[in-house]
Ligand binder design. Structure first.
Ligand SMILES: Cc1cc2nc3c(=O)[nH]c(=O)nc-3n(C[C@H](O)[C@H](O)[C@H](O)COP(=O)(O)OP(=O)(O)OC[C@H]3O[C@@H](n4cnc5c(N)ncnc54)[C@H](O)[C@@H]3O)c2cc1C
Length: 385
């Protein structure tokens, strides 16, 4: 089915852009943005039409997430977490697995999914949790532990999370499940006061017995690296959509810089716009060239995921690489943009100054530079015997 493209209307994005500075300054969650995005059907954009969604492909959604991030980075990053879960459920459904179909049904019905994975000082990320998953004896589990940086914290109604079940005689297992905010056993701390991405309100979440019944438990698998389609699905959707968000920030920064150098004039250059200065032109081009390679890379990975192409052992390294290249490039491009726009961009009221703060968050998301390089060293050199 052909989808309207773009999905998010330009005037909606302008409205969202118009609110971003206030949310940032007041360190507040963008409830109005979320309501508008819900009303536009954006939280079910990736949900297949058979489940009442808009049926966008992941490749289409990457473009929308970049556009949204260009308007309001923190709103896009927060919504990204919901889109990741829908993307996972969509991929599993397409592969013939119905365990996560409830995500598609509930996203279609208006539920908002948070991503409760990260834990303090846990660099195993998806490959091992320091939280506990305690069996209820009926196939369900209750979760106990601390999750950090949970975006959408005031707004999620469902939280996908994981913990370790060490109660059995089959050794420790990672248990992935979905809890509801209504179900209790969750404390959201009011502790988000950061340099950037302030509106994402990625607060600490304390799980104190939050319960996932048997039909909301998606996996019980040994910890450690795995090619399990659910875990690979999280990794793939997360890295690709995250790359899209930070690329959108960089695209917007370059647009603002371009406008600035057309506006700024040089006395040295006889009053000509800075856009005529060869060194300024070189810097603009340099940023544009850096960005030019990112979008096709994101699109190619997303398309392969949409089509179920198997990249085998290269999947994980290539997914880490697109996240890394996109976020690192975005930081460089935003810095170039700040230089091009000059001192005006240093004022707190400048959009570029906010983008400069927001874009830095890209460095902290998994995969870390360390695990990216370890993975690629293994690809090229083979593992150390
Ligand atoms: C803007 C933003 C939004 C994010 N949204 C999400 C999300 O929605 N869901 C999600 O799962 N992840 C999210 N993340 C988390 C992210 O992906 C990383 O897991 C996170 O940045 C941790 O990175 P780190 O390993 O460098 O930090 P860490 O070293 O793990 O530090 C992170 C925090 O934990 C504390 N800490 C570190 N070690 C310990 C310890 N031993 N005991 C107690 N505290 C400790 C640190 O002081 C710090 O406050 C988000 C990150 C950012 C920047």
């Amino acid at each position: 089915m052909t989808q309207p493209h773009p999905f998010l209307a330009d005037d909606l994005l302008e409205t969202i852009r118009g609110r971003a500075a206030t949310y940032d300054a007041e360190n507040r969650f963008p409830h109005e943005d979320l309501a508008d995005l819900q009303a536009a059907g954006y939280l079910r954009a990736l949900v297949p039409t058979s489940f009442g969604g808009a049926g966008l492909t992941l490749e289409q959604l990457t473009r929308e997430q970049s556009r949204l991030a260009g308007a309001a980075p923190a709103t896009a990053l927060a919504v990204n977490m919901h889109q990741v879960w829908v993307g996972v459920a969509r991929a599993l459904h397409a592969a013939g697995e119905d365990t996560t179909d409830f995500v598609l049904e509930e996203a279609s019905a208006g539920e908002v999914f948070g991503f409760g994975i990260s834990e303090p000082g846990n660099d195993l990320v998806l490959f091992g949790s320091q939280s506990e998953a305690r069996p209820d004896g009926q196939g369900g589990f209750s979760f106990h532990g601390t999750k950090i940086f949970t975006s959408l914290s005031p707004a999620w109604t469902r939280l996908g999370t994981f913990g370790t079940d060490a109660s059995g005689d089959d050794g420790p297992h990672s248990v992935f499940g979905f809890v509801t905010r209504d179900g209790g056993g969750v404390e959201v701390k009011d502790d988000w006061d950061t340099l950037g991405m302030r509106a994402s309100q990625s607060c600490t979440t304390v799980l104190a017995g939050a319960h996932a019944p048997a039909d909301r438990v998606v996996r019980r698998i040994p910890p450690g690296p795995t090619t399990d389609p659910f875990v690979l699905g999280i990794f793939a959707n997360f890295e690709i959509l995250l790359a899209s968000v930070y690329t959108g920030i960089a695209q917007r920064a370059l647009q603002l810089a371009t406008e600035a150098v057309h506006r700024r004039r040089s006395r040295k250059g006889g009053g000509a716009p800075l856009a005529h200065d060869p060194s300024v032109r070189w810097r603009v081009a340099d940023a544009a060239i850096a960005l030019d390679g990112i979008t096709p890379q994101i699109a190619a990975l997303a398309r392969d995921l949409d089509l179920g192409v198997d990249r085998g052992e290269l999947w994980m390294p290539q997914l880490s690489a697109v996240k890394s290249r996109a976020t690192e490039t975005a930081v460089q491009v935003v810095e170039q943009a700040v230089r091009l726009a000059g001192g005006a961009s240093y004022f707190a009221s400048s959009e570029l100054s906010r983008l400069y703060r927001d874009v830095l968050a890209g460095l902290f998301h998994p995969s870390s530079d360390e695990s990216l390089h370890a993975a690629w060293a293994n690809v090229v050199l083979g593992p150390i015997p």
